[in-house]
Design a protein around this ligand. Sequence first.
Ligand code: 13P
Ligand code: SF4
Length: 313
Amino acid sequence: MNINLEHITVKSINEKIELVKQLKIQKKAVILAHHYQSMAIKEVADIIGDSLELSRKATQVASDLIIFCGVHFMAESAKLLSPKKRVYLPNLNAGCPMADMATREWVLEKKKEHPSAAVVSYVNTSAEVKAVSDICCTSSNAVKIVREISSNEIIFVPDQNLGSYVQKLVPSKTIHLWRGFCPTHHRIGAEAVMSMKAKYPEAKILIHPECKPEVVELADVVGSTAQIIKACEESDQTEFVIGTELGVVESLKKQFPSKRFYLLDEAMVCPNMKKTTLDDVINTLVNQTGEIIIEDEIQSSASQAIWAMLERS
Ligand code: 13P
Ligand code: SF4
């Protein structure tokens, strides 16, 4: 079906959702969305997932037009993995402050200090940082990656909280941490967990490892977005306190309407993940705005670090 866009004046959210659905068929595009996106964006997505799931799926989709609703490093990772495909980030202002905290220069400096250390970079990094890394990881596989790589000395960049969590579970290795953090997870203190435990004594506490160690310490389950969702699905309990971004609570409520989910703290909203709107997606589908372009000299080394991770996951 062909749509004449010049004559369309879209009014309601439902009409916009319908328009995106029609446009993506017309343009043969696939929409990938992280769980932290708004419900309207998740409504038009073909695939919803966490960082690891979306990286994997980006390599498998048949379409060569990917609209990535997430933040910049995610769309960039999809482009690194599928350089021949056109990958778009509908709102180019959707960055990740934690990814911006790590620089290629810092990694190179640390490599000079610790020449035998392997560089493990969280996918929440720029392509420039990935290009000087040995392997990437996500919060789903960080422990496994660090445990399994041959080096006993690791430079872990950029998340100090995920790095500390990995260090605790892999004490045999020496991990040099960078001091990066996710503003959305790092702002939460142990008192938030104590107050939710008092309010919902029957609830299971699930915490993302981007939270501070004293918060993670109080969790019943520590896990990435997908691991938190799986734990809620498999649990016989009916009440859950979710210590990660609001979008995960929204996904859980939709997926498991008979269970009850409470956000650990109302401040756990990632403003960057909420920047992408249906209007941005429509604009990208119509005008091809927000294409991700990666310099040739970075492409090969940065993609190797992500492929190395996917081979071990
Ligand atoms: P996961 O998707 O790996 O849980 O990571 C969360 C995150 O912060 C994404 O930006
Ligand atoms: Fe970055 Fe944190 Fe937002 Fe994830 S939740 S995109 S780590 S700022």
